[in-house]
Design a protein around this ligand. Sequence first.
Ligand SMILES: [Zn+2]
Length: 305
Amino acid sequence: MTLLIFCYLLYQFVNISPGFPQGSPSSPPPGSLVGVYAQLSRAVERRDWSQALRLVDLLLQRSPDPAQRQELENYRLALESHRSADGDPPPPQWPLLHKPFVGEFPVTNLFDHDMPLGEKDGNGRFVSGQGQVWLPGPLHPCGKSDGHAGYDWAMPVGTPILATASGRVTLARQEPQFLCPSLGRPVRGLRVRIRHEPAGLETLYAHLSQIRVQEGQRVAAGDVIGLSGDSGCASGPHLHFEVRRLDQTNSGQPAPVDPYGWFGSDLDPWSLHPLGAESLWLWQVGQAPSLGVCWQAQQFSSHPQ
Ligand SMILES: [Zn+2]
């Protein structure tokens, strides 16, 4: 509740600043409801049905988007029926992100919940969002790079890359040169970062061939921010997409999170790490890019209890 009040106050503050879109205080943007969605996720995990239903009703009161309200009504019915059958309900959705591209592309690398810190990881383990553990490697279909902080989708060079939510472009340039271990040479890729307020999130789009936005520019969900490519530390054309939480992290510093959330039977190791943060499902209804065979592989061979 404290978070909700904080988000509301932040929204009020943002709204009086020049240059930001104006809105009615009675219809806060979806981002200000994130605290309620987080509480709802936890209530469903605890199977606290009365609390979950109360939170759904609260979201229904506060959601201005008719499509989202319809989705919440459906979710309320699902909760009711699962309560009577004592089954596992689907996780609640936290409506924020749109797809970063049109269509579907094969996912080639998932988020590593073990320690998504790239070069600083190196522990040789990969933990998927389903809690499945494997050894990462170049031939693994879903987890090639240890410590991967985002999702990779293989796609042709020149595919339009779209902003996943409204926000402000905080970075749109070539990254500083660094030695790419897999290529064995120095590289400088093109990347775009967008800050999404008041949700307290950032999204990153890397390996672009072209950038179509400028730093400081405001973008809406679905705006073309650049074209995909293979610039930087990439062995082939793909989009690297990453989400970072800016607040409510264990260290107080920004931390990468999995936009598909956590579905493992144990606790999420990254949510327990001193530098980590809790991952939640962040996709708007029908907007999550398919995880294809990687998702199915995880569904069929879940982490043993
Ligand atoms: Zn990547």
